[in-house]
Design a protein around this ligand. Sequence first.
Ligand SMILES: Nc1ncnc2c1ncn2[C@@H]1O[C@H](COP(=O)(O)OP(=O)(O)OP(=O)(O)O)[C@@H](O)[C@H]1O
Ligand SMILES: [Mg+2]
Length: 450
Amino acid sequence: MKQKMDNLTPARVVSELDKYIISQSAAKRAVAIALRNRWRRMQVEGDLKQEIIPNNIIMIGPTGVGKTEIARRIARLIDAPFVKVEASKFTEVGYVGRDVESMVRELMGYAVNQARARLVEQEQEAAHKIAIEKVLDYLLPLRKNREELSAEDEERMARSREKMRKKLLSGDLDDKEIEFEQSESENMPFEALPGMSMEILDFNISEMLSNIMPFRPGKRQKSTVANALKIFTEREIDKLVTREKVAEVAKKSVEENGIIFIDEMDKIANAEKHGGIDVSRSGVQRDLLPIVEGSNVPTKYGMIDTSHILFISAGAFSMAKPSDLIPELQGRFPIRVELNSLTEEDFVRILSEPENALTKQYKELFKAEGVSLVFTKGAIAEIARYAASANEKMEDIGARRLHTIMNTLLEDYLFEMPDPKINKVRICKRFVNERLERVIESEDLSRFIL
Ligand SMILES: Nc1ncnc2c1ncn2[C@@H]1O[C@H](COP(=O)(O)OP(=O)(O)OP(=O)(O)O)[C@@H](O)[C@H]1O
Ligand SMILES: [Mg+2]
């Protein structure tokens, strides 16, 4: 689904989002424009380019109406570094917890992986070519010194090398065993520590250790040709795709295309302006300010300039309002879009239209048991009606209500399958009524079940 930004006009972005998210056109448009404006900025030449700052966005809307979903979908749509963080998880610098700068480090980590994957793909062929020559060297070791070879010898060797190459490429030699030198990194015992991720550490242990620990050359390893080819290719890739190169590409991509989605933004706004926890909340806001404004954040790959990272924040803002954010921060999010709460009609569409619609998901789950599941139009309308009414009677949890309702509706089947007697299930309006009426009518029951 990844697409080049060149083709992602605002209209295209909106139509891609339309495949998954019903309604909410204001939010979709704002996001699409902000994305395109960054691409447009990249096309600008001269000093003005530096002056054009991103249109940071606040998405405001009740729970379960698609805020996070919009962010998740653009992340998949565009080929840009993207992270989603929760504002409520941060604490002010000096307090125990994650500091806000970690979002930039996380974004950089994402970009590094992305850049490495891309570079590896680019270098794969070149590395494979070199690896083949290396394996051939092992398969046809020189018996004498190069200088002692006659022209005749040389020619003969070149011929057998060609023959061997053909065999190697055809896979005939895959299972043959060869012995070769282990490389430095494969000699490193620490890299094999189970369950230990080097990425979580802010410095590179294995690099550090390899500096301390002497490399013992001459340690040999036996393996099949096929495996050796893999190992040599990896080694060449490591040489071609250096940490520096990866970091350079990643840094550029973060600084020019990075997107940080800050969820639960309302949780750091002060609804009531006194004491206690609020001190730390506005502290988080103040810490956030320089990052959103544009500053240099140190990461293990070097300084990252955040001036052109796009920030999209979201929150229900039911207790606190965007105006409860500190004024400086409000100014950094000039674009406000509201997402509307979802209606019965929206639910009908959400149930059937998106590519990942719940009815489609359940169809697949049933299919796994060899059962075909169909919903009549009447049934879908009825489910939507119950969802809307449950949201009205109790709390409005948006489209999430559909998940609980569908589960209640289908629970018996989900439990009973597989059953030779069940091979076709048709959900009609009457079935929905029978199953849900009792639950909906009793407020106590629905509080627990739906
Ligand atoms: N407009 C919509 N169209 C289709 N599906 C939707 C829509 N809104 C929400 N959903 C579905 O409902 C679920 C919850 O949505 P989402 O995570 O986007 O909520 P949210 O707005 O971020 O809520 P919260 O404020 O609680 O974080 C997801 O499974 C999503 O696919
Ligand atoms: Mg959310």
